[in-house]
Write a protein that binds this ligand. Structure first.
Ligand code: TYD
Length: 218
């Protein structure tokens, strides 16, 4: 085995070589479908990609997911923000950072921006405390690219109307309008990593739009 000399530093475990792509958007915009389609396209192209989702991508996360999304549960806004951040902290530590360290492409169905939009603005917790909380939870991890799937609240809610809705999806229209407004702010604040994709049309049409943008950075 090669002996390490002072001119050969040890591999720095904090260096993240991979690419981190997040999908964001209001309920019904098609994030899960598009994230899965991107993952299979990257697989086909021989890229090493993994797909994670929030909340609930780890064993403890799936228990947190149940607490968060059970219809009828009484959850204070700050509790909600803390639980989403707790789920995220575990997933970042156990799944996302190890994959990025190995140079993989990590596709996440929602990330910190969801908490900024839903808890920071939708629930009125404020952007700054939710951002600080999540910086702590993730060690300041930021995506290389965020795909925002843009669709009107009305069209999104019409899409999810046929299925069993979770506690947050059941919120009134005004809440979802505030979340959409929040995303428009986040697009401006983080314009260097945001791309906005028209989420209307067939899944294949939207996928082509997404892939066109993603292929510019990978
Ligand atoms: P969602 O992505 O819709 O999950 P699924 O499609 O698998 O049901 O997420 C569930 C809900 O949780 C959704 O209404 C958005 C909300 N949410 C937050 O309020 N804050 C967050 O930080 C995250 C990740 C999700």
């Amino acid at each position: 085995m090669a002996k390490r000399t002072t001119s050969q530093p040890a591999a720095d475990p904090s260096v993240l070589l991979g690419t981190f792509i997040t999908f964001e958007g209001c309920d019904g915009a098609g994030k899960s479908t598009q994230a899965a389609m991107l993952k299979s396209r990257l697989d086909t192209e021989g890229k090493d990609a993994i797909l994670v989702r929030e909340p609930g991508g780890t064993p403890i996360g799936s228990r947190i997911r149940e607490l968060l999304l059970e219809p009828g549960a009484s959850v204070a806004p700050v509790t909600e923000a803390l639980l989403f951040a707790a789920d995220r902290a575990q997933q970042v530590k156990d799944v996302i950072k190890p994959a990025l360290r190995k140079g993989k492409i990590v596709i996440s169905d929602r990330f910190v921006d969801s908490s900024l939009a839903y808890q920071g603005v939708g629930r009125g917790c404020g952007l700054e405390p939710v951002k600080n909380l999540n910086d702590w939870a993730t060690g300041g991890l930021e995506p290389n690219l965020t795909v925002f799937l843009d669709m009107s609240v009305e069209d999104g809610l019409a899409r999810v109307a046929g299925r069993e809705l979770d506690r947050i999806e059941r919120e009134k229209r005004e809440f979802h309008e505030n979340v959409r407004y929040a995303y428009s702010m986040l697009q401006r604040i983080y314009s260097y990593r945001y791309i906005t994709v028209d989420a209307t049309g067939t899944p294949e049409m939207v996928h082509q739009r997404v892939f066109h943008e993603v292929s510019k950075i990978i």
